[in-house]
Write a protein that binds this ligand. Structure first.
Ligand code: PMP
Length: 409
C-alpha cells in the first residue's frame, strides 16, 4: 500500500477525521487541494494554546501575554525555516493566500503600478491571483496581461520575453495550478523576469503541500500560501516578502500593532512585518500552522514528494482508463490533482454519485474560470491527493466512476 519512505498506514492514524463513514461507506477524502485534513498534532497544539496560553500578543506584560507572544513569534521562525527564508521578519501572517496577494496588490501595487503600466499573470491562475490584479489595474489605469497556456496545460514560455515589457511592474504566477496540477517552472520565469528588474510573486498554495520550497533558491520577491491547505488551521496564511521589498511598502490596513506611535495628526508605522499585521492576529492559527510544519518535517517533505508523485501517476493511469473519461492537462510536470470530465455527464452529477459512495472530490470551475475557458469546459471533476491517500482510495474513486456510468447509462 505505501512506498518505502512514507508509511501511509501510520500517517493515516495521525488524522482522526479520516476514520469515519460517510453515507455508510468509509470516507475517501480526495479534496485536499481545497482544504487538507489536520493531524492530531495540529488539533492538540491549538487546544493546548487555548487551554494554557491564550492572551493577546505584543501588548501585555503579564505572563500569558508573554507566552502567547513567544508562541506567535516562534511560529514565525518556524515558517521562515520551512521556506528557507533568511530572516523571520520576512514572514507576514495573513488570513491565507488570497489576503497575501491582496496585500501585495494594494500595498506594493498602488505604490509601483501607474497609468499605462502592466501587470503580467498567466492563464493558469486561481481567481485569487487574478481578481486583485484586475482591481489594481482598474484603480491605477494599468493593463493586466496573461502568459497563455497551451493545450497540454503548460505555459507558452516562448511568449515570455515579448510579454515582459519595459512597462511590466510585476509578474504574478502560480507555482502549481490548482485546476490542472501543472508545475510551473517558476525558477526560470523568476530568472528571466529579474534579469529585466521585474519583481515576481509566486502563489504557492498548491506547491508547499507537495514538495520542499526554498524562497532564496527561487529568488522570488513574494511567496504566498494558506495554512489550511498545508494540514494546518483555516484562517492563517503566510506572505513571504524579501525584506527590502517589504520595507519599501506602505501598510495595507491601519489599526493596532502596526504602529510605533499615533498622534491626532500622524502615525509612525511599525517596522516589518508588524506594519502589515494590523489588529489582533490569529495566534492559535499560527501555533497550529507551526505544528503542521513540524509534523510534515517529521514525516519528511522529500518522502511526501515521492509518495505524491507515485500516487499521482497511479491515479492518472487508473482514472484515464475508465471509459468516457477525458483527463485535462498533460503538462510536462504535474502535481497533486487529477482533473477530468466524462462524456455527457455534468461534473456535479459525478460528484454527487461519488459522495454516495463515500468519495469526496471537488467539482466546478475551481476558481479558475479563465483557464476553464481556455480548455472549452465550464467545469471539471478534480480528485486531489495528499500524504494520507492510498492506492485503495484511488481504486474506490475508479469504482465510483464505474457506478456513475451505470447510473447515467
Ligand atoms: N491560489 C491557489 C493556487 C489555490 O489553490 C487557492 C485555494 N483554492 C488559492 C490561491 C486561495 O487560497 P485561500 O482561499 O486559502 O486564500
Amino acid at each position: 500500500m505505501s512506498r518505502p519512505g512514507l508509511d501511509v498506514a501510520r500517517v493515516r492514524t495521525d488524522f482522526p477525521i479520516l476514520h469515519q463513514e460517510v453515507r455508510g461507506r468509509p470516507l475517501v477524502y480526495l479534496d485536499s487541494a481545497a482544504s487538507a485534513q489536520k493531524p492530531r498534532a495540529v488539533i492538540d497544539a491549538i487546544s493546548h494554546f487555548y487551554t494554557h496560553d491564550n492572551a493577546n500578543v505584543h501588548r501585555g506584560v503579564h505572563t500569558l501575554s508573554e507566552r502567547a507572544t513567544a508562541a506567535f513569534e516562534s511560529a514565525r521562525e518556524r515558517v521562515a525555516r520551512f521556506l528557507h527564508a533568511k530572516d523571520d521578519k520576512e514572514i507576514v501572517f495573513v488570513r491565507g493566500t488570497t489576503e497575501a496577494i491582496n496585500l501585495v496588490a494594494q500595498s506594493f501595487g498602488r505604490k509601483n503600478v501607474g497609468p499605462g503600466d502592466e501587470v503580467l499573470i498567466t492563464e493558469l491562475e486561481h481567481h485569487a491571483n487574478i481578481v486583485p490584479w484586475q482591481m489594481l489595474c482598474e484603480q491605477q489605469g494599468a493593463r493586466l496581461r496573461y502568459i497563455p497556456v497551451d493545450k497540454k496545460g503548460d505555459l507558452a514560455l516562448d511568449r515570455l520575453d515579448e510579454l515582459l515589457t519595459p512597462r511590466t511592474r510585476l509578474l504574478a504566477v502560480t507555482h502549481v495550478s490548482n485546476a490542472l496540477g501543472t508545475v510551473v517552472p517558476v525558477k526560470e520565469l523568476i530568472r528571466r523576469a529579474r534579469a529585466r528588474g521585474i519583481p515576481v510573486l509566486v502563489d504557492g498554495a498548491q506547491a508547499v503541500t507537495h514538495f520542499p520550497v526554498d524562497v532564496v533558491e527561487l529568488d522570488c520577491d513574494f511567496y504566498a500560501f494558506s495554512g489550511h491547505k498545508l494540514f494546518g488551521p483555516m484562517g492563517i496564511g503566510v506572505l513571504y516578502g524579501k525584506k527590502e521589498r517589504l520595507e519599501a511598502m506602505p501598510p495595507y490596513q491601519g489599526g493596532g500593532d502596526m504602529i510605533l506611535s499615533v498622534t491626532k495628526e500622524k502615525t509612525v508605522y511599525n517596522r516589518v512585518p508588524y506594519r502589515f499585521e494590523a489588529g489582533t492576529p490569529d495566534v492559535a492559527g499560527a501555533v497550529g500552522l507551526a505544528a503542521a510544519i513540524d509534523y510534515l518535517e517529521r514525516v519528511g517533505m522529500e518522502a511526501i514528494a515521492a509518495h505524491d508523485r507515485e500516487l499521482l501517476a497511479y491515479a492518472e493511469e487508473a482514472v484515464g482508463q475508465v471509459p468516457g473519461v477525458r483527463l485535462l492537462g498533460q503538462a510536462r510536470e504535474r502535481s497533486g490533482v487529477v482533473s477530468f470530465v466524462m462524456e455527457d455527464i455534468h461534473p456535479h452529477d459525478i460528484g454527487t454519485v461519488l459522495d454516495r459512495e463515500g468519495v469526496a472530490v471537488r467539482t466546478g470551475h475551481h476558481c479558475a474560470q479563465p483557464l476553464m475557458q481556455c480548455f472549452g469546459v465550464a467545469a471539471t471533476v478534480r480528485a486531489s491527493l495528499a500524504l494520507y491517500n492510498t492506492r485503495e482510495d484511488v481504486d474506490a474513486l475508479v469504482r465510483g466512476l464505474h457506478k456513475v456510468r451505470e447510473v447515467f447509462a
